[in-house]
Design a protein. Structure first.
Length: 187
């Protein structure tokens, strides 16, 4: 077995030649081997997965941005179409209003024409009725005036004018005189 004093001596010999700040050459080699293994594992497995995750995130973000831009473009197109439809509807409404005004004006003109025609017809009927009634009243008055004038003449003259021919001649002469008096008064 190894004696502790021998071990102590060996330790003293090895430390005398070495700088305490620099590690031993075998520690450097084993550290480089371990670093190379870790670097190889990172290079082969970790970095590609990390890169894949980053690429997926970039694609997701870019895809989201593209979808947002597409949605924005679609919204702008919809807004433009809506504004065009609204402008078309306003123009159509203005056309309908103008057409309604024209129709209203035409209806009013037609109603005025109909009212004038109806008024003229009523006036013409009234005038015809008035003329017929006047004619009837004139003929009734002629008969009454004739009879009254004959009665008056009989009383005044004290002669009898009951003969029909004489009576008719007297009535006609009297009425003709009345017509002449009425015509002169009208002038």
């Amino acid at each position: 077995m190894i004696n502790t004093t021998d071990l102590y001596l060996l330790a003293e010999e090895s430390t005398d030649n070495q700088n305490p700040l620099l590690p031993a050459w075998y520690d450097i080699i084993w550290s480089l081997v371990a670093f190379a293994v870790v670097l190889f594992v990172f290079w082969k497995y970790v970095i590609p997965r990390y890169q894949k995750v980053l690429d997926e995130r970039r694609e997701t973000i870019e895809g989201g941005i593209e979808r947002a831009e597409a949605a924005q473009a679609e919204a702008n197109a919809s807004l433009t179409a809506y504004r065009e439809q609204l402008a078309g509807a306003r123009e159509e409404a203005a056309g309908i209003r103008d057409e309604a005004r024209q129709q209203g004006t035409q209806i009013i003109a037609d109603m005025k024409t109909q009212a004038t025609a109806e008024s003229d017809r009523i006036i013409a009927n009234g005038a015809a009725q008035l003329a017929a009634q006047r004619q009837q009243i004139v003929s009734e008055l002629r008969g009454d005036v004739g009879r009254l004038s004959v009665d008056l003449a009989e009383k005044l003259v004290a002669s009898e004018l009951s003969d029909g021919t004489k009576q008719a001649g007297t009535v006609n002469r009297f009425l003709a005189e009345l017509d002449d008096v009425a015509d002169q008064a009208a002038k």
